[in-house]
Design a protein around this ligand. Structure first.
Ligand code: DAH
Length: 342
């Protein structure tokens, strides 16, 4: 009888700390304790050796033990199938988490479009620094120190040092290209420029330009016009009207500004076109012989045309943005209205 009590105590300890991690192990427990050749069956076999006067007590002990094993078996089964149920309760038909995808800035969309139109005409992309020296921004472009046309562009100087400045136009990239390449040259130069202007709906202290430069033998004003006509048609469609007005830039001779018919009012007159029906989109001209000579390019052999356009202005016409400040305020309500794949 004593040995039966001892043996059951050992089993009880084992059962209390018994753990399973999958359905097979639950089944192994059942077979070990409750199976036809299991421990309970085996323990019942002791009954025949127990003296009659102790049979009642031994029967009770064995019964308690059996109940304990059965309870443990039920709880193992339950805990395991409960954890199985958790994985089964994931509803795969629920909508997933939505991650917001960013959009391109409208100025980037327009700049990319401008660049890709000229790339199709064989123009390569060139870039230059935003912090420039006086020579590349002004001197080389035929604007010597005392030239009155410097006043056309209010300049930010770096640390009030007159030799270093924030470029006022992308024409400085023309200078860098001519310095490093021999004709034929055919480049498009997109970039940010800076001017010391009071910020308002119509002016900003930084904006964006795309410069174009084409130098080769026999390049004529007709080439310039035809190239820009093509650009306008690709950018704005076939119905847009174009006109050239004579103008002045120190780095081109002759010079012209190009207007297109106002897309906001279709030429009827509005605030954007100042009631003229026309909007200026770029400056252009034949590269001044002095500019070519500044870089050792023979102006008797080579001629070239150049142009520079404002990306914000083209963006305004395409998207009807009426306040320049919107471009740099980072207001998501404004930015998310523009979508493009380029
Ligand atoms: N650099 C001029 C500006 O910022 C624009 C310009 C005019 C560029 C005529 C040119 C050009 O290349 O030929 O106002």
């Amino acid at each position: 009888m004593n040995s039966l009590v001892q043996q059951l105590d050992i089993y009880k300890q084992e059962i209390i700390s018994y753990n399973v991690s999958n359905a097979d192990e639950v089944e192994a427990f059942r077979i070990k304790y409750l199976g036809t050749k299991g421990i309970i069956k085996h323990a019942m076999g002791f009954m025949k050796d127990v003296p009659n006067e102790q049979k009642r007590e031994a029967g009770q002990l064995l019964n308690e033990f059996k109940l304990m094993v059965e309870a443990k078996y039920e709880s193992l089964k339950e805990s395991f199938s409960a954890s199985e149920q958790i994985t089964n309760t994931i509803d795969f038909s629920l909508p997933g988490n939505i991650y917001n995808v960013g959009t391109r800035h409208p100025l980037s969309i327009i700049r990319n479009k401008i660049v890709s139109i000229f790339q199709r005409l064989g123009f390569a992309i060139a870039e230059g620094p935003e912090i420039e020296d006086d020579w590349h921004n002004f001197g080389a472009m035929n604007l010597p120190e005392d030239h009155p046309a410097r006043d056309m562009q209010d300049t930010f100087y770096v640390n009030q040092n007159p030799t270093w400045l924030l470029r006022t136009h992308t024409s400085s990239v023309q200078a860098r290209v001519m310095e490093n390449q021999k004709p034929p040259i055919r480049v498009i130069c997109p970039g940010r420029v800076y001017r010391n202007e009071t910020i308002s709906a119509r002016a900003h202290c930084f904006f964006h330009q795309v410069e174009g430069l084409y130098i080769d033998e026999n390049v004529s004003f007709a080439d310039l016009k035809q190239t820009l006509y093509f650009f306008v048609q690709e950018m704005f469609g076939k119905d847009v009207k174009v006109r050239f007005r004579p103008s002045y830039f120190p780095f081109t001779e002759p010079s012209a500004e190009m207007d297109i018919s106002c897309l906001i009012c279709n030429g009827d007159g509005c605030n954007v076109c100042k009631h003229t029906g026309w909007v200026e989109i770029l400056g252009s001209g034949m590269v001044h012989p002095k500019v070519l000579e500044n870089f050792g390019i023979d102006s008797n052999k080579y001629t070239g045309f150049a142009f520079g356009m404002g990306v914000e202005r083209i963006c305004q016409l395409k998207y009807r943005v009426n306040d320049l400040r919107l471009y740099s305020q980072n207001d998501i309500r404004f930015l998310k209205q523009f979508t493009s794949v380029i």
